[in-house]
Design a protein around this ligand. Structure first.
Ligand code: ZN
Length: 373
C-alpha cells in the first residue's frame, strides 16, 4: 500500500491549491534527480510528482478523497512523465504548465462520451412562495446536442475520422533516455488535441463542437418550507455531455425575499403586535395577519410587554414533511399613549387615587399640585 498523498506532500487534508503547490515546489526542488544524487531521491521525486498531479486536479482529488488510490489508478499515479534533458528552470515551468491542462490532466482523457457539466441558477422567491412552495417557470441556458450533426461535429454526410497520428487514442508516447533510466513521456496528440478523431468538414450549425447553447423554459416545483440557501437539483438539465454523454444536472440555489411584517426562524414565523395598555390589562381578542390570512389571537388579561403568544401550526411546513408545521410566534408590544383627553385623564387619576398612587405632572410642580387638589 502506497503512502497517503497528503502525507507525501506533508500537507493537511484541508490544504488548498496554493498550499499544495508550495509544498510540491519545495519538495520537488529538494528531490529532483538533477540536484539530488542520493539513492532514493529519484523514487521520492516520482512519488511527490504523482501525489501532486492527483491532488492539484480537483476532479482527481475528489476521487482520491473518496476512494483512495483505487479512484485514481490508471490516471496520474501510473503515468509519470518528465523530460530530464531540459535545464533546471525550464523543467519547473513545463511541470506547472503541464499540470494545469497539459500532460497531467489530458493524459487520462478518454476518447468517448463524458458527462456534461452541472449548472447553477440563482432564484429569488417571495416570502410566501418559500413557505407554501409552488410551480415556477424558469428560463435556462444550457448546452444541448447539436441536432444537425447529432453531436458528431461533422458536416452532414461526413463522419469524424480516426486520428492517424495517435491512432484514435488521443495520446502520443515518447521514450526518453536519461542517465537515470528510460521514461515514457505521454502527451496529448497534437493533431487531434486528444479527441482521437479529426473532423475534416465541420457541422455548420455548431461549428464542429457537436453542441449548441439553447435557451429553454422549464417548470420546477418548489416544495413548501424552503429557505435561504436551499438547493434544488433538476436532473439532466445541465449541459449535455460530449459525444452523446449524459447531461449534467441543474442546481437551483434559492434565496427568500424579506417580508414587511413576518420573519422566519427555521420553521417558526415571528411577528410583533402592538396592543393598547387597556387591552393588555383587560385582555381582548384581536385579528392578526398570518401566512394563512387573518387569524384570531387571544390576548389574556394582564399580558406583559414582550410576552410571546403562540398561534400553533401557523408557521412554516417542514421541508419534506409538509403535514408538520411550525408555529407563528407573536411578541406583544404595549402602547403607552403620549397624550390623553381630559376625560381620559380624569378617569385615570381616579384609578390612580383608588390605587393610592401619586400621579400628575412630573417633578415638584406635579407633586405640589397633588397636595393642593
Ligand atoms: Zn453540429
Amino acid at each position: 500500500m502506497a503512502r497517503d498523498y497528503y502525507e507525501i506532500l506533508g500537507v493537511s487534508r484541508t490544504a488548498d491549491k496554493e498550499e499544495l503547490k508550495r509544498a510540491y515546489r519545495r519538495l520537488a526542488r529538494k528531490y529532483h534527480p538533477d540536484v539530488n544524487k542520493e539513492p532514493g531521491a529519484e523514487e521520492r521525486f516520482k512519488e511527490i510528482s504523482s501525489a501532486y498531479e492527483v491532488l492539484s486536479d480537483s476532479e482527481m482529488k475528489a476521487r482520491y478523497d473518496r476512494f483512495g488510490e483505487a479512484g485514481v489508478s490508471g490516471g496520474a499515479a501510473s503515468g509519470f512523465s518528465s523530460d530530464f534533458s531540459d535545464s533546471f528552470a525550464d523543467i519547473f515551468e513545463s511541470f506547472f504548465s503541464g499540470f494545469s491542462g497539459g500532460v497531467g490532466t489530458q493524459g487520462r482523457r478518454r476518447t468517448g462520451p463524458t458527462r456534461g457539466d452541472d449548472l447553477r441558477l440563482d432564484l429569488s422567491l417571495d416570502f410566501q412562495d418559500a413557505i407554501f412552495g409552488g410551480d415556477k417557470e424558469l428560463t435556462i441556458k444550457h448546452l444541448e446536442t447539436c441536432e444537425t450533426c447529432k453531436g458528431s461535429g461533422a458536416k452532414s454526410g461526413t463522419r469524424p475520422q480516426n486520428c492517424s497520428t495517435c491512432g484514435g487514442t488521443g495520446q502520443v508516447r515518447r521514450a526518453t533516455r536519461t542517465p537515470f533510466g528510460s521514461f515514457t513521456q505521454v502527451s496529448v496528440c497534437p493533431s487531434c488535441n486528444g479527441n482521437g478523431q479529426i473532423i475534416e468538414e465541420k457541422c455548420i450549425s455548431c461549428g464542429g463542437r457537436g453542441q449548441n447553447e439553447v435557451t429553454k423554459k422549464i417548470k420546477i416545483t418548489i416544495p413548501g418550507g424552503v429557505d435561504n440557501g436551499t438547493r434544488l437539483r433538476v436532473s439532466n438539465e445541465g449541459d449535455v455531455g460530449k459525444m452523446g454523454g449524459p447531461p449534467g444536472d441543474l442546481y437551483v440555489f434559492l434565496s427568500v425575499k424579506n417580508h414587511p411584517e413576518f420573519k422566519r426562524d427555521g420553521i417558526n414565523i415571528l411577528s410583533q403586535l402592538k396592543v393598547s395598555y387597556l387591552q393588555a390589562i383587560l385582555g381582548c381578542s384581536l385579528e392578526v395577519n398570518t401566512v394563512d390570512g387573518k387569524s384570531e389571537l387571544i390576548i389574556p388579561p394582564g399580558t406583559q410587554p414582550n410576552t410571546v403568544l403562540t398561534l400553533e401550526d401557523k408557521g412554516v411546513p417542514k421541508l419534506g414533511n409538509p403535514v408538520s408545521r411550525g408555529d407563528h410566534l407573536i411578541t406583544i408590544e404595549i402602547d403607552i399613549p403620549t397624550k390623553v383627553t381630559i376625560e381620559e385623564r380624569e378617569l385615570l387619576e381616579k384609578l390612580a387615587s383608588i390605587k393610592g398612587e401619586r400621579t400628575g405632572k412630573g417633578g415638584i410642580e406635579g407633586f405640589l399640585g397633588n397636595l393642593f387638589h
